[in-house]
Design a protein. Structure first.
Length: 645
């Protein structure tokens, strides 16, 4: 059967960090005969070469090519392309890994839409990845209708015939930004580019020791020399005008202006940041016309203007001011509504720990002259922020703590100018409500709520919180698609997170008390602290003296909020005895999980009574633990005694 995808992995001294990459390649859902992985060992000296040889010997999908060290990733990737047999090639770094269904999904999506390039959703762990590009899927994306240019790393799928047809290969040798040159040309010459955003395909990992190649401090002269080659590609395949300016703006914004802002600049030694500033100044003056910087956010425009004017000290002063500007998002409500969780919050920027204020009346004035000093720069940024307030947005994202995968949630918001200082100045506040359907979250575990606030000169993220203890809402867990979801506040910071698939005590069933439960005839009713849509099916388990019985039940809207009413018909002819009761929220599960309820049923001649099962006290807990320990000891000692006999 033809190979659909060849995964090319350049390898150089990854040590243990290659294991996640290998494991993810072995777990791919694409049939084994339909893909291959080609590891190109670029002269590793840490024992990885032998590790890869053992891998190839035991798994026919894995191939290894050894070569002398070439200095960077360009040549290993080109060697991999030459050796590839797949219809598509996919580039993966040796310290990153793929989602289990990545190859299958990306290949199918690319074939369905006739794509030469397929960009899969990325998640960044300890490193940044594009956000806006993956807000939704784009079956037919271009540099004009989608923010493709935000993603220039090579971790994509490319049709091999397309690369051969246009003769596209990576620049080789000891250099930087070879991926920018390669990916930019692919975008501009592809018949179609498809962006798949409904599944995390690629996990971009920052090592704990920050030893990834991309994290190392670079030589500014060489770096920006290589950057000019990417700009050359844009000039080769576009005409002067708005499209070229928009593409150039990506390098001005990401590779230059953002390096000269706030803490990112201030954290560098003065001699190094002066050298960095000098090289950026040269590129800005040489390559960018006025239309490039004009499309930036206000603060970015000021940095670009000061850089073009070669005013290093003023750039540093602006960075010191901007370092105190941070977003804040305050929760106002957390409520279940039907199948969804509704999260209310306000968001704004603060400076020096206090809400930022801006002039009450402002008209938009283009930045035609470089500000004379810091005060003039800050004043223009403030005026421009007010004038652009109608474009301000607030998004809520849920980020899985384990993998850093994040997903946009639907948000409704209003913009509000709050007068201060007698009406001469205003706070710019966004009031928002996000709707979270837990059934759409792809995995159990902890999910953190983040707010992405775009206002004037800043687009930044922060946690949703903290919520003051005195006014902090305390919602119960909810049930959706057979999974229990608990909104909770982190300690000690008080930020909002979700525990998806919550079990055990955190589920809150221990709060059920005797007055909440009743039995009438064969009908059991119990008010429980779980939100559920009317008619949510559940299953009950009754156990007594080694006997087990089951009965179906349902959760309906209860008489009290928050919570639900559990209703079930008892098993016919419930035998005499005390029956412990447990609840399963997913009765269709192959291996259903039951959580115990803190009450029992006593069946006798007089009918069925409800009895409270008290929580174990400290002494009882110690006795239980001792019995468990003794039981384990007996299990281990008994075979030894038999042997001695």
């Amino acid at each position: 059967m033809p190979v659909k995808v060849s995964v090319i992995v350049p390898v150089y001294n990854p040590g243990i960090y290659i294991e996640d990459c290998i494991s993810s390649l072995r777990r791919q859902s694409l049939p084994p005969e339909e893909y291959e992985a080609i590891f190109v060992d670029d002269g590793s000296t840490d024992g990885t070469s032998a590790r890869l040889d053992r891998l190839a010997a035991e798994d026919p999908r894995m191939r290894v090519i050894h070569q002398e060290n070439s200095g960077w990733s360009g040549k290993p990737r080109n060697v991999g392309i030459a050796a590839a047999r797949g219809e598509f090639v996919m580039f993966v770094d040796n310290d990153d890994y793929l989602g289990d269904e990545a190859l299958e999904r990306m290949y199918a999506y690319g074939v369905a839409h006739g794509a030469d390039v397929v960009v899969g959703k990325m998640a960044g762990k300890n490193r940044s990845v594009p956000v806006e590009l993956f807000r939704r899927s784009h079956p037919r994306a271009t540099v004009e209708n989608a923010p493709l240019i935000d993603s220039l790393t090579p971790h994509k799928m490319f049709r091999r015939a397309f690369l051969d047809e246009i003769g596209l290969r990576f620049p080789e040798g000891r250099r930087r930004l070879e991926d920018h040159v390669f990916v930019t040309e692919a975008y501009l010459r592809a018949a179609n580019v498809s962006v798949l955003s409904d599944y995390v395909c690629y996990y971009h990992i920052g090592r704990p020791d920050a030893s990834n190649a991309g994290f190392q401090r670079f030589d500014p002269v060489g770096y920006f020399g290589n950057l000019r080659e990417a700009l050359d590609v844009v000039e080769r395949y576009t005409e002067p005008g708005p499209v070229r300016d928009r593409l150039f703006r990506r390098w001005l914004r990401v590779e230059m202006v953002e390096r000269l802002r706030a803490r990112r600049l201030l954290g560098l030694p003065d001699d190094y940041r002066r050298e960095l500033f000098g090289e950026i100044h040269k590129v800005v003056v040489e390559r960018f016309g006025p239309g490039v910087a004009a499309g930036l956010q206000p603060t970015q425009q000021v940095v670009a203007s000061l850089t073009a004017a070669d005013r290093y000290d003023d750039v540093v002063a602006l960075a010191e001011w901007e370092a105190g500007v941070v977003p804040t998002a305050t929760p106002t409500s957390v409520e279940w509504e039907g199948d969804a969780l509704r999260l209310g919050f306000t968001a704004e920027y603060v400076s020096g720990g206090a809400p930022m204020t801006f002039p009450a009346d402002a008209e938009r004035v283009p930045l035609t002259d470089t500000p004379k000093n810091l005060d003039e720069a800050v004043a223009w940024i403030g005026t421009e922020t007010v004038a652009r307030f109608g474009q301000a947005t607030a998004d809520l994202l849920l980020r899985e703590r384990a993998s850093s995968a994040q997903y946009f949630q639907p948000v409704e918001f209003t913009r509000e100018s709050v007068a201060v200082d007698g009406g001469e100045r205003v706070r710019l506040v966004l009031r928002a409500t996000a709707t979270v359907d837990p059934g759409t979250l792809p995995a159990d575990g902890a999910w953190d709520a983040l707010v992405r606030l775009k206002l004037g000169g800043w687009t930044r993220e922060c946690r949703l919180g903290p919520a003051p203890r005195a006014t902090r809402p305390e919602p119960c867990a909810g049930v959706r698609a057979g999974r229990a979801v608990l909104p909770y506040w982190t300690e000690p910071h008080g930020n909002l997170s979700l525990d998806v698939g919550v079990k055990g005590r955190r589920l809150g069933l221990g709060r059920v008390r005797r007055p909440d439960v009743s039995v009438s005839g064969a009908r059991l009713r119990a008010g429980i602290p779980l939100h559920a849509a009317d008619g949510t099916p559940v299953r009950l388990r009754f156990t007594s003296a080694g006997r087990t019985l089951y009965a179906p039940g349902a959760l309906t809207t209860g008489p009290r909020r928050p919570g639900s009413l559990l209703e079930a018909t008892l098993p016919s002819g419930l035998p005499r005895g005390v029956w412990r009761v447990a609840l399963c929220l997913d009765p269709e599960a192959a291996e259903p999980r039951f959580d115990g309820l803190p009450f029992a049923l006593r069946a006798g001649r007089g009918g069925v009574l409800v009895v409270q099962v008290p929580r174990p006290g400290a002494v009882e807990k110690l006795l239980r633990r001792a019995r468990r320990v003794l039981g384990v000891a007996r299990t281990r000692v008994a075979p030894l005694i038999k042997r001695r006999r």
